[in-house]
Design a protein around this ligand. Structure first.
Ligand SMILES: [Cu+2]
Length: 138
């Protein structure tokens, strides 16, 4: 491909024709995008709650102990590989059924610190009464 000297001159002239105000605006927009990128990145990360996977098995929740910070939003994600179960965290008014083959989710933002008991509230067999765990909010 040959370089057309007239075309190159035209390009040079076009570049000089860009309004200086527009050039400042474009530069400012670019600078703002670069400067704000880390802020947007951290906001996007903060908006996605931490996921805590909980498996409800006969007759235990795995893990039995969940630790979260007060004010931290987390997603509790449940599965039950064997039989239908329930999850009940009465202190925060949260409960769900956990059905084999499905994933149940609850969002939790603890507003108070302490140690709270959660339990299975769907009869699942001879060990059902002892099926509980602890949420520790610090
Ligand atoms: Cu049960």
């Amino acid at each position: 491909m040959r370089c057309d000297p007239q075309k190159a001159d035209r390009k040079r002239i076009d570049r000089k024709r860009v309004d200086p105000k527009r050039r400042v605006m474009l530069f400012s927009a670019g600078a703002l995008a670069v400067v704000s990128a880390p802020v947007w990145h951290s906001l996007a990360r903060a908006a996605v709650p931490r996921v805590i996977d909980i498996v409800a098995k006969k007759f235990v929740f795995v893990p039995e102990e969940i630790r979260v910070k007060q004010g931290e939003t987390v997603t509790l994600r449940f599965t039950a590989p064997e039989v239908p179960m329930g999850f009940n965290l009465a202190d925060f008014g949260l409960r769900t059924n956990i059905v084999p083959g499905q994933v149940a989710s609850l969002e939790l933002t603890p507003t108070k610190a302490g140690s709270f008991t959660f339990l299975c509230d769907v009869f699942c067999g001879s060990g059902h009464e002892d099926m509980s765990g602890t949420l520790i909010v610090s």
